[in-house]
Design a protein. Sequence first.
Lengths: 379, 379
Amino acid sequence: MRKNYLLTPGPTPLPPEVCSAQARPIIHHRTPQFQAELKEAFAGLKYIFQTERDVFILSSSGTGAMETAVVNLLSPGETALVIEGGKFGQRWSEICRAHGISVKTLEVEWGKAADPKAVAAALKADLSIKAVFATLCETSTGVTFDIRGFGEAVSASPAVLAVDAVSGLGAIELKTDEWGVDVCVSGSQKGLMLPPGLGFISVSAKAWKMVEASKSSRYYWDLRRAKKAIDKTDTAFTPAISLVIALNESLRMMKEDGLEKIFARHHRMGEAVRAAVKALGLSLFAPSAASDVVTSIYVPSGIDGEKLVKTMRDIYGVTIAGGQDEMKGKLIRIAHMGYIEEFDIIVGISCLEKVLSKMGYKFILGSGVKAAQEVFLQD
Amino acid sequence: MRKNYLLTPGPTPLPPEVCSAQARPIIHHRTPQFQAELKEAFAGLKYIFQTERDVFILSSSGTGAMETAVVNLLSPGETALVIEGGKFGQRWSEICRAHGISVKTLEVEWGKAADPKAVAAALKADLSIKAVFATLCETSTGVTFDIRGFGEAVSASPAVLAVDAVSGLGAIELKTDEWGVDVCVSGSQKGLMLPPGLGFISVSAKAWKMVEASKSSRYYWDLRRAKKAIDKTDTAFTPAISLVIALNESLRMMKEDGLEKIFARHHRMGEAVRAAVKALGLSLFAPSAASDVVTSIYVPSGIDGEKLVKTMRDIYGVTIAGGQDEMKGKLIRIAHMGYIEEFDIIVGISCLEKVLSKMGYKFILGSGVKAAQEVFLQD
């Protein structure tokens, strides 16, 4: 017997209600029964996105939704500004370049956030920039970016702001309409507590004009086609039916808790993990902009980071993430997003302590767990 | 209490094993555990596709896999020949045009199949044609096309053959390698007995050269990226984990039966439905090329076709499909594909008889069911 604990930044664990919803007999997608499911899903997504605009459902991963944003906003040869502070910021640039879009990057050191003033300055310096691409939570570094600040900077210009909120939506604050997020992109397997397979995208009125003007070639990602379908409470192509039905389960659970309570839970978990890191004598990778959905921690010197992650996972059943790309082997990342609460964090820290101890790292056993407990006691 | 029966050409009903596989706790996709699932899925798909080549798994509907074929094979300005005999043939043309590809169509009357000789002639008449796009089973009409014949015609030319086998793969014969199908595209929700949400695509060596040469802009659909991932038993982007795990359940079931037995079952069901149609005095829409996965039947004069479908579904729980686009209200379509067997067909015909009778259509009650039984008795 071994219980498994998933503390990874996507996929995140699934509530049993979501698991079992997927197991229901399949229904046809062009029936009143499924149309009722879609209606509920569209309304619930508006609540989560904090938008009055349509939220389109795509059958794709989050990257598909990102590409949807790019090809619907810009034409080949046009200019984008990408705020790049990690692997997922780089993905925006890669997608833009793949579509012949000229990319200016606002590069930020991995582990740091970008200053909205730098965004404003970049827009002022290059009036050809038509869209700014940003990331809510950069999963590769555990940094939350100041989307509100970016929104202020961009909304004062003719450009639009597109945000990759795949990691973070439904877990930390993101006021799509109020903050001036013109295009908000997300996926199913993080804050929304679902398996991967659904992408989501909302589009402001300002951005919709660009959707109609874009000359980028597109079919599956074409939001004009999606708009015609959503106006009839339909999807342009066969939807991932079982995932949409499961989505309604998670949306119901989230509405019952309410966004405020959900965000507070994530913040408390972030605080608890950061307190544990400090108590264990470890170092945060992103102390100045640490996100409340995933914490990146330096692997202490003398410890094999990849072995640490593998031992926790393969021997003790606790899956956390290692570093990606340039940070491979140098970081561990503990997620606290979605269907995770305080006692999962206690389990995660406890397992981290156990394996660190066995690997020869010196610290007082239990000190990390206790620091987390102290944070949770304040609830 | 009402039992529901799904006799639609996608989604098709799910085996309970597939339903419950989706409900398992989620696992992370970058683990040895999921890698083992992927390895099994890739091997099983090769068996179903009857190919030695890689079969890529996409998180998308079948249309996404079709777009993957188009953008990886052709560059803007190049010429494609599309064999169009229904809504899904037209989709190939729409996708090509959306990507700036010049489309020549070989139009076939809805309900008829195309002659491979016409394909050979079209290729001879226009040497600029680089790819031929065809459909295995045209779901909108219930016609099976002669893919083997198309393969012979195309393989004698420098062009490649891409087949939309979304409807039909794993239900009727399609020898991808032997017949010279350079690109074979499919989806999860038909013969493979899964919910929608996965797309599949295989690529021959001849077609792979075009993948490397294509100048069409692409990112999520880029098979060069997918190839790098599959060589490490991975996917380019986060896969639809729960659907891949469910896929292995259906692949296991299909391997246990074997393709030969599966194809024989589908053929017998097709024969049974066609016999029932005849016995009831109804007319087949595609008598000359009727497929063994879905049967299109003319709505008899004086009967409201849409009301017939709705009554069967909403009052009696038996969901069949109506006509699409130009055939709306004029056809009913009964699917016999995937997790459907003889007694589901008996139920479907019995319900059709009941509702036709109540709507005033004159025939001998039980004659359709009996005709189907006679076919099944030969097993």
